[in-house]
Design a protein around this ligand. Structure first.
Ligand code: URA
Length: 236
């Protein structure tokens, strides 16, 4: 990759800014000053520094966020606050986007990346990545509801869902806490499935995507980078 493109990608300013850095002699490759913006860099074997600081090149970023309620899963919006606004501006040049969507009032595990292949691996219906939710429900879950979810529920628009696992975690009077495992991600799917059996979701949290569980040390609004192993399990 050209040195000017690499540095611009890594957040050292526009190509013009980078050209200036090069001209000033601030950039070195393997400790040799480089002034030619067209110089190609082999990021595997060569070390780039800017003003003596090593540039750690990486094209992709993968974040796990504990999404808080009240923000939307979008990159920008004229009215609402977005999950991307919660991320440190130091990441801005990566042009991150959320992998799928959680409703504004839904909390929990949201992945954020700039890697289209990673997004596809998680979102493609053919990949069947399970998503696990904990829902607080107004209403008593019947054995019949569990059976219906296991077979597929007809939603109000006529769509019949794929089989889903519904487990009751607790039941107190008219309130239930359930764990629901889905292999698809239709619009408002959990709320619409629960509505299809005559109950109402009062709170919804996503706690797992495939094998990846929400990191319990993350407070709402906090995020951390995924480890290499966590990323690889979706890409391999
Ligand atoms: N299902 C919903 O109804 N809402 C979400 O945010 C996610 C799944």
């Amino acid at each position: 990759m050209r040195i000017d493109k690499l540095l611009a990608n890594m957040g050292y300013g526009s190509r013009k800014d980078v050209k200036l850095l090069l001209k000033q002699g601030a950039v070195r490759i393997d400790d040799q000053p480089v002034k030619d913006a067209k110089r190609h860099v082999d990021t595997d074997s060569e070390t780039v520094t800017v003003l003596g600081e090593p540039v750690e090149y990486r094209p992709f970023v993968y974040l796990m966020m504990n999404k808080p309620a009240g923000v939307i899963s979008a990159t920008e919006d004229k009215v609402e606050s977005t999950v991307i606004e919660l991320i440190d501006p130091a990441y801005a040049h990566y042009e991150l986007f959320p992998v799928g969507r959680l409703d504004k009032d839904t909390t929990g595990l949201l992945l954020i990346t700039n890697d289209g292949a990673f997004n596809h691996a998680l979102m493609s219906p053919r990949k069947h990545v399970d998503k696990v939710y904990i829902a607080e429900v107004d209403g008593e879950i019947a054995v019949e509801d569990i059976r219906m979810f296991a077979e597929g529920v007809a939603l109000e628009d006529g769509y019949t869902t794929k089989p889903a696992r519904l487990e009751v975690l607790s039941q107190t009077g008219q309130k239930s806490v359930v764990r629901l495992t889905l292999s698809e991600g239709k619009y408002h799917q959990v709320k619409r499935m629960i509505a299809a059996v005559g109950k109402h979701v009062e709170q919804l949290e996503r706690v797992q995507i495939g094998p990846l569980e929400l990191d319990e040390s993350l407070q709402p609004g906090e995020y951390r980078e995924l480890t290499e192993a966590e990323v690889e399990q979706f890409l391999s």
